[in-house]
Design a protein around this ligand. Structure first.
Ligand code: CNA
Length: 278
């Protein structure tokens, strides 16, 4: 953190000062950016954590390289590893974390401008963040289609196949069916590009549980205006956060970090109550 440049918006670079700013009435457009680290406490492994991450544990799938499981060219040749993983990760098996409920709380308070998520687990929706507030930058399991003729494929059919450890195929052209998760080598959804400059309007940015190593998502925190506060809650420092004059870093677990912020805002009981109902 560059201590030589004083904060412009906050009184100091602390959670207390951030809470004062939020409660001052000057904040109504919070942009939240999330990654796999917000779902690890729900039991879904992230990609890149050294021992617990998916990439460290994919050996059993006999992949040529870990990312192949999400590579569209590889999937065409060998869809089995992806479907083995989909069997483990399919939505419905996991409960949103208190961090997901915190984002919902921001929405309930009318403070959420947009949530940009890289996650495909749909836990933000399950926590009650409405569809029109979410940009699923890497797609999600919410829809699926044929990779050849692009026909949509019914949800109940893919669920049945995934549960039975079978690989679904298009009933019309026999092409492979794939959940609309963005694989390496595929375009991001139009919604990402349509909303990409929205962070410029934000009066606060909160980045949670991401290594910010995948572009173009990783460029989003850089769209925030110079004097707008950015909070990073992550186990490690990422993406140059901390270099801005009004950046606040909580280098710790997301759930404990959001609880600290909620407590400083006087929202902790409300947050726990919301989460316990989820
Ligand atoms: P990543 O590259 O695995 O990074 C995760 C980051 O979160 C790392 O910096 C970790 O240190 C940090 N982290 C892990 N656990 C915690 C925790 N409890 N509290 C605080 N920080 C934590 O994941 P990214 O999301 O940055 O990478 C982008 C990929 C991962 C996207 O394409 C996702 O689709 C993909 N992914 C999603 C899920 C999911 O939907 N839950 C799971 C695994 C991977």
């Amino acid at each position: 953190v560059d201590e030589s440049r004083p904060p412009q918006t906050l009184s100091e670079r602390t959670v207390k000062a951030l809470a004062d700013y939020i409660l001052s009435g000057k904040v109504s457009k919070i942009v939240v950016m999330t990654g796999a680290g917000i779902s690890t406490s729900a039991g879904i492994p992230d990609f890149r954590s050294p021992e617990t991450g998916l990439y460290a544990n994919l050996a059993r799938l006999n992949l040529p390289y870990a990312e192949a499981v999400f590579d569209i060219a590889y999937f065409r040749e060998n869809p089995e590893p992806f479907y083995a993983l989909a069997h483990e990760l399919y939505p419905g098996k996991f409960r949103p974390t208190v961090t997901h409920s915190f984002i919902r709380l921001l929405y309930d308070k009318g403070l959420l401008l947009k949530l940009f998520t890289q996650n495909i687990d749909c836990l933000e929706r399950e926590a009650g963040v409405p569809d029109d507030k979410i940009v699923e930058a890497h797609g999600s399991f919410a829809r699926q289609s044929c990779i050849d003729c692009t026909r949509p494929y019914p949800r109940e059919d893919i669920e049945r196949h995934i549960n039975a450890k079978e690989i679904p195929r298009c009933p019309v052209c026999k092409g492979l069916v794939k959940p609309e998760i963005v694989f390496f080598g595929e375009q991001l959804p139009a919604a990402f590009f349509e909303n990409r400059t929205l962070p410029m309007q934000a009066d606060l940015c909160i980045v949670l549980g991401t290594s910010l190593s995948v572009q173009p998502f990783a460029s989003l925190p850089g769209m925030i205006r110079e004097s707008t506060p950015r909070l990073l809650i992550n186990k490690e420092r990422v993406g140059g956060l901390g270099s801005g004059t009004d950046d606040v870093l909580l280098l710790e677990d997301c759930d404990s970090g959001v609880r600290k912020l909620a407590k400083a805002c006087g929202w902790l009981e409300e947050l726990e109550a919301l989460w316990s109902k989820t």
